[in-house]
Design a protein around this ligand. Structure first.
Ligand code: PGA
Length: 253
């Protein structure tokens, strides 16, 4: 049985004061989670040392939202995987659709970042997903395959064991319009089959998260699907009660 991962992506939100409260409130509720559920928060970069301190005696995991494709050197504004690791990050989101759409990150760049994250000892959460126009043109599988293939061109399929994939349909992100459990399951199964055609055992171990308007109301039915192993949560992750409700929805193991 694959463990469940619930990852909060705080995006460009928060302050020292709000984060102190949010993490304290999440910490206080972690005892109510199933023992195989892992809760993770991916914070804005500058708050990583703060959240590292706040999670020192907690099972809450810490992650970043982005990482440089470079290791070291003259790259103004970049933050490396080793720097993130040094401040207690275990995970990093790679290729979120906002990075792809708003910051020009190509399939190739996302794949490079995945490699760099793993080299620095981080577990990349590699995001893929189609736009509404692509879904309506019946291109969902084509797009997912292209995005995953760009990654598989750069890595050994075995490397996926130390990674997480996330299916995030762009039309569902921040819109309040989540994919139905059946829609999400169909794409998750497609992704797992694509990996299984290369290596069955890797495909069986691989955690695949769903992201896009996950809430306390729809999380349980999404997480109950056989190929959905947790969620990547945006808006609802900024509220401790909502985030913990989603984490508790994962008591399927
Ligand atoms: P949302 O964001 O939960 O606010 O839709 C999900 C995401 O961007 O990962």
């Amino acid at each position: 049985m694959r463990a469940l991962l619930v990852a909060g992506n705080w995006k460009l939100n928060g302050s020292q004061a709000s984060i102190n409260t949010l993490v304290a409130d999440i910490n206080a509720g972690l005892d109510s989670l199933h023992q195989t559920t892992v809760a993770l928060v991916c914070t804005p970069c500058v708050y990583i040392p703060l959240v590292q301190t706040l999670t020192q005696n907690s099972t809450l995991k810490l992650g970043a939202q982005n990482v440089s494709k470079y290791e070291v050197g003259a790259y103004t504004g970049e933050v490396s995987a080793l720097m993130l690791k040094e401040f207690g990050c275990d995970y990093v989101i790679v290729g979120h659709s906002e990075r792809r759409a708003l910051f020009g990150e190509s399939d190739e760049i996302c794949a490079q970042k995945f490699v760099m994250a793993q080299q620095g000892g981080l577990i990349p959460i590699f995001c893929v997903g189609e736009t509404l126009a692509e879904r309506e043109a019946n291109q969902t599988e084509l797009v997912i395959r292209r995005q995953l293939q760009a990654l598989l061109d750069k890595i050994d399929v075995q490397d996926l064991v130390n990674s997480v994939l996330a299916y995030e349909p762009r039309w569902a992100i921040g819109t309040g319009k989540a994919a139905t459990p059946e829609q999400a399951q169909a794409v998750h199964a497609y992704m797992r089959e694509m990996i299984a055609s290369l290596n069955k055992s890797v495909a069986e171990q691989l955690q695949i998260l769903y992201g896009g308007s996950v809430t306390g109301s729809n999380a349980a039915e999404l997480f109950a699907m056989p190929d959905i192993d947790g969620g990547l949560i945006g808006g609802a992750a900024l509220n401790a009660d909502k985030f913990l409700t989603i984490c508790r929805a994962g008591n399927k193991a």
